[in-house]
Design a protein around this ligand. Structure first.
Ligand code: GLN
Length: 447
């Protein structure tokens, strides 16, 4: 807590500190140590954790970094948060993000951006930028984030920490404010592969409150100890040759592949022929789902209310105009247009077809390999303002988005510093659906 108070005024990773809850949980751990019952506590007893601010923790504010929810207090706790608390974690607080998770830099937070702990002039990535920065700066051992198109993996890469987006359905979304319900998935940030494995062992599993969640038979900690020898690691040539991939990132990713080969893995070339359509499909599907999900912030049931209107339409209009930031409005407008009857078949239905093709691509690729290795982002963390143009920001997710569209699990592992910038570079590992253990075997070799 002392470190947070000293470091966070510069970084601005936290939106709220839950000091009392953290101290109360720590006192319980201390008590258990004193009376010899520590062994009965959860496997993560005493481990500090913080949560992206789109996750409900009863009694704290869940703002989604939006003026719309600035005063909203959670009446209940999200399942993902509860599982970490049940495992014994100490809740430190809530973390900054792009508003409603729309973005790649955390610059879209209504409460000001988070800074990259490696260089305060650079962004931490996004949308889970607060989570990545908090772990990278040692303010917490673990953090949870959410990933709809790369929002765990990309900031983990920019901040030099481990970040995992599990296969869709492995972690309950109950109590997490929805962005794109068919794409969203919660996962951990940690400073090591093993720490992330411990977090996932606590986090994953079926929750009756989320009908898309399911039980998984993966022991992540055991998976980190599996040998890499004999593993087939897929390399996608079109990713490694992608336009815009910086030479310093490419060099580190190639080195990571070589390291795996030296450890006994086999590198195989695999093709994802429709991956180049992933961004276009995503920026149809994601705004459509966001538009539907954000309809609930109507200033009556939730959200900021511009009072004093005599008609309901006027109240909706004024409240939503005031509560939502520019990127949220852009996505709402885009989604409402794309779902309108005249263009629905042209865009939404076609994007769904592309989704099927991309999902089939991954399935086919995994006949030849156990895990795919790629860059996580084309460059190291950019400076503030460099991705200010929405179209530029959208393109920065070129390596992460296909995975959400297919629903598979992926993770970022730090693989050294870029030789030009001195900033961390992350490598991405992608697993077949519900075979997320595969990537942990390989990831621990790369540390
Ligand atoms: N950057 C992407 C977007 O803006 C992904 C965000 C996310 O994964 N939440 O939608």
């Amino acid at each position: 807590l002392a470190h947070i108070k000293q470091a966070d005024p510069q970084l601005h990773a936290f939106l709220e500190l839950t000091e009392d809850a953290a101290r109360a949980a720590a006192v319980r751990v201390d008590g258990a140590i004193a009376n010899g019952t520590f062994g009965r506590l959860g496997p993560l007893a005493g481990v500090p954790i913080a949560f992206k601010d789109n996750m409900n923790l009863k009694g704290t504010r869940t703002t989604c970094a939006s003026h719309m929810l600035e005063t909203y207090v959670s009446p209940y706790t999200a399942t993902c948060v509860q599982r970490m608390l049940d495992a014994g974690c100490l809740p430190l607080g809530k973390l900054n993000m792009d508003e409603f998770a729309f973005g790649s830099t955390t610059e879209n937070s209504a409460f000001g951006p988070t800074r990259n702990p490696w260089d305060p002039d650079r962004v931490p990535g996004g949308s889970s930028g607060g989570s990545a920065a908090a772990v990278a700066s040692g303010m917490t051992a673990l953090a949870l984030g959410s990933d709809t198109g790369g929002s765990i993996r990309q900031p983990a890469g920019f901040c030099g920490v481990v970040g995992v987006k599990p296969t869709y359905g492995m972690v309950s979304r109950y109590g997490v404010v929805a962005f794109g319900s068919s794409l969203d998935q919660v996962g951990p940030f940690a400073r090591s592969v093993k720490d992330a494995a411990f977090a996932l062992d606590a986090l994953c599993g079926r929750d009756p409150m989320d009908c898309t969640s399911q039980d998984v038979e993966i022991d992540f900690v055991a998976a980190t100890e599996r040998p890499v020898e004999g593993a087939r690691v897929g390399i996608v040539p079109s990713f490694m040759e992608a336009e815009g991939l910086s030479s310093e990132v490419k060099a580190r990713v190639a080195e990571a592949a070589a390291k795996l080969e030296a450890a006994g893995a086999t590198l195989v070339e695999v093709d994802l022929p429709h991956a180049d359509a992933a961004i276009s499909a995503y920026y149809v599907l994601a705004p459509c789902e966001a538009f539907s999900n954000l309809a609930r912030f109507d200033s009556v049931r939730y959200g900021c209310c511009d009072a004093g209107h005599t008609d309901l339409g006027g109240q909706y209009e004024a409240s939503r105009a005031k509560g939502f930031g520019a990127e949220a409005k852009r996505r709402i407008l885009l989604g409402s247009y794309l779902l309108s009857s005249g263009v629905y078949d042209e865009y939404y239905v076609r994007a769904q077809k592309v989704r099927t093709l991309i999902t089939q691509d991954f399935r086919r690729a995994y006949r030849q390999c156990d895990v795919i290795l790629s860059p996580v982002a084309p460059t190291v963390a950019p400076k503030f303002g460099e991705l200010a143009e929405p179209a530029q920001m959208y393109l920065s997710d070129v390596f992460t988005i296909a995975l959400n569209i297919a629903g598979n699990g992926g993770m970022t592992v730090p693989c050294g510093l870029g030789r030009d910038s001195g900033m961390p570079v992350g490598v991405q590992l992608m697993a077949p659906q519900f075979q997320d253990g595969n990537m942990f075997a390989v990831a621990s070799e790369l540390e």
